[in-house]
Write a protein that binds this ligand. Structure first.
Ligand code: C2O
Ligand code: CU
Length: 466
């Protein structure tokens, strides 16, 4: 399989350090023509013997599309909408100007069918990011509208010999390959409506390769709208080297939880046998990726390549303002609840807007769009540091995402926290978590659960920074 020419190319990589090419479609936009992203329907085979009319930005049979760009360099991408409803692109985790954040009605007009929108920003951080629509997301992302954005740091001296994307996403399909309904009340009011076909890189699992003795980087992304995974490595000693794209001093990997939207970069040295990335969330481990070894003449020594430092400003803990955010069901206050109990009334007596199951600080913002905007959850002062105390008062987990900022996850009432930077933090039922950041990016920034049905049925809000 592995020809002599490829082998030499692989060995040469050790000294010349070019980037290994991932299997997915890719583009490098720095200083070049804008990346063209056409959101359109394409037929893809997800279930044997059938095709599915997915929506994708990609132009081939590979999913997800993977873009690469350089840290600090202008990145340009033009979205053209060739689907049947309005859309936009949110660049998840990128600290970009508010006008490029891709939230229809809030930061830009919706991109109607046939229209285009030009995004341009210079990503300030290197790492593993992704992009997706921010309207009717349960359906648009559910149909496949998402892509991976890898930001490279030109200053990094040594690269990983193998650098692979592992993108987890399930699809809600009927047996004939067509899409089933994307959301159900039962799912939205509980842990989410789950896909029927589980995939990694749109296959049952990813099949990857790496040169024996070389350092491997797996960029694991949970792109699903509902599902939680707990990743673990079998067959090699793994290290967590980045969380939501942000580097951290390598931590030995035991297991790592990924709620929807969360990413983890894992490094390991390829042994002379295959390695498996598994989801150990359920009772028996589930294969996510199999990494096969390629015989090599590489020496067994050599340190792990180091990632360039993060550019995120450390918060000023001494002067940080503390704000509390309670994640709860509906928008029923304890007083209201008592009143309902006393008067033997049901929830329906409240005449809540349809499909409002969740709230942040007692306020629900539901809907698939952001046209009718409530007051902000908080008004933050530009340049000031904040500690957000998040409390999950529900029996379901919630991955909470804040736009435009990268925060430090400080502590949890449940777990010993590995200090790390993130844009999304997962809260287990009854868990209290503290995150801290400097509000250094002016604008209106969404804060919501990334179990998309929770977002669209109330667990959504925004903060202002001015
Ligand atoms: Cu990845 Cu507001 O979203
Ligand atoms: Cu949630």
């Amino acid at each position: 399989m592995w020809t002599r020419r490829q082998f030499l190319a692989g060995t040469a990589a050790l000294t010349a350090l070019p980037l290994p090419l991932p299997a997915q479609a890719q583009a490098d936009s720095s200083g070049r023509a804008p990346v063209v992203l056409e959101a359109r329907q394409r037929a893809m085979s997800l279930l044997p013997g059938s095709t599915t009319p997915i929506w994708t930005y990609g132009d081939g049979q590979d999913w997800p599309p993977v873009l690469r760009t350089q840290r600090g360099a202008p990145f340009r991408a033009t979205l053209t909408n060739r689907v049947t409803e309005h859309t936009a692109i949110h660049w998840h985790g990128i600290r970009l100007p508010n006008a490029m954040d891709g939230v229809p009605y809030m930061t830009q007009p919706p991109v109607e069918p046939g229209q285009s929108f030009a995004y341009e920003f210079a990503p300030p951080d290197a790492g593993t990011f992704f992009f997706h629509p921010h309207c009717n997301t349960v359906e648009q992302l559910g149909r496949g509208l998402a892509g991976v954005l890898i930001v490279e740091d030109a200053a990094e001296e040594r690269r990983f010999l193998a650098d692979h994307v592992v993108a987890i996403k399930d699809w809600r399909l009927k047996p004939d390959g067509s899409f089933d309904v994307f959301s159900t009340d039962k799912g939205a009011a509980r842990a989410g409506t789950f896909g029927t076909v589980e995939t990694v890189n749109a296959r049952p699992h990813a099949r990857l390769e790496a040169l024996a003795h070389g350092w491997v980087r797996l960029r694991v992304l949970n792109l699903d709208v509902s599902r939680l995974v707990v990743v673990a490595l079998d067959g090699a000693e793994g290290f967590v080297i980045a969380t939501d794209g942000n580097p951290l001093p390598p931590v030995p990997l035991k297991t790592w939880r990924l709620g929807p939207a969360m990413r983890v970069d894992i490094a390991f040295r390829m042994p002379w046998h295959s390695v498996r990335l598994q989801n150990v969330w359920g009772s028996k481990p589930e294969l996510l990726a199999e990494i096969a070894f390629i015989e090599s003449a590489l020496p067994a020594i050599g340190a792990m390549p180091q990632l360039a430092a993060s550019g995120v400003t450390e918060p000023d803990f001494e002067n940080a303002e503390r704000l509390r955010f309670d994640l709860t069901a509906g928008h029923v206050s304890p007083e209201l609840e008592a009143y309902l109990r006393e008067n033997k009334l049901g929830l329906d007596a409240l005449c809540l807007p349809q499909r409002t199951f969740w709230a942040i600080n007692g306020k629900s913002w539901s809907g698939q769009d952001h046209q009718l905007k409530p007051p902000p959850l908080a008004e933050l002062k530009l340049g000031r540091s904040y500690i957000f105390e998040l409390f999950n008062g529900t029996p379901h987990p919630h991955p909470i995402h804040l736009h435009g900022h990268t925060f430090r996850v400080l502590r949890s009432s449940k777990d010993e926290i590995v200090p790390h930077l993130a844009d999304t933090v997962l809260l287990a039922p009854k868990e209290r978590v503290e995150i801290a950041f400097t509000a250094d990016n002016p604008g209106m920034w969404m804060m919501h659960c990334h179990i998309i049905e929770h977002q669209e049925t109330g667990m959504m809000g925004y903060v202002t920074v001015a």
